[in-house]
Design a protein around this ligand. Structure first.
Ligand code: VGL
Ligand code: ZN
Length: 211
């Protein structure tokens, strides 16, 4: 068996309306991962979901920066950042999970990006690299040493979740066909996959997860 599911947590990243076609920050084909993620979750005893959860006028929104456009690369508080359309505003339909996403298997939902002045891509740390979400403590408390990550978007929240998990010492698998990417700026997918590989993250297909 490639993955010992007794020691593993499955993490479904940001399966939310705003990241699916028709949403505010639509990831091309984003909704197509939902059936696969539903079936992967069935195979894990420990499933965690993340939910992007921004206040209105969040610092990551281009609308909070006069003159800026969505998808602009900027420096905010001394850190490289990307500006986004307003998305996943707390309590809105766009922030809800996709209606086809089966939430029953998930024991924990980690909300992230709820601090007005700080964005948060990773399931483990906010974008300052040091403010924890608490997920590491939760997983350690349950003796999970392996994480299997899928969801949206490969080149942002999946990427940062995976590299933080690797840095924290987990064995990390990203299920490539259960992810979709923003694809901006050009080359983001190739850079993400190269970075993941360089950090020891295994990029696998869904057919390999339970084999
Ligand atoms: C995400 C951009 C902004 C993601 C979240 O889930 O990948 N991307 N907020
Ligand atoms: Zn966001």
């Amino acid at each position: 068996m490639l993955i010992d599911t007794n020691k593993a947590a499955f993490i479904a990243v940001d399966i939310q309306n705003d990241f699916c076609p028709g949403g505010a920050l639509a990831v091309p084909d984003g909704d197509s991962v939902v059936p696969l993620i539903n079936s992967l979750a069935e195979g894990f005893e420990l499933c965690v979901a993340t939910q992007d959860w921004h206040p209105r006028s969040h610092i990551s929104f281009a609308s909070s920066h006069p003159g800026a456009k969505a998808y602009d690369a900027v420096v905010v508080a001394g850190r490289d950042a990307t500006l986004w359309p307003d998305h996943c505003v707390q309590g809105t339909a766009g922030a809800d999970f996709h209606p086809a996403f089966r939430v029953e298997p998930y024991r924990l939902v980690i909300r992230k990006g709820f601090r007005q002045a700080l964005d948060s891509y990773s399931a483990f740390f906010e974008n300052d690299g040091t403010t924890p979400t608490g997920l590491d403590g939760y997983l350690r408390g349950l003796d999970a040493s392996i994480v299997v990550i899928a969801g949206l978007a490969l080149d942002y929240c999946v990427h940062y979740s995976a590299i933080d998990a690797a840095r924290l010492g987990y064995r990390v698998f990203v299920v490539r066909d259960a992810t979709r990417a923003v694809g901006s700026p050009p080359g983001s997918v190739e850079r993400t996959l190269a970075d993941l590989a360089a950090r020891g993250v295994a990029i696998i297909g869904s057919g390999e997860v339970f084999r």
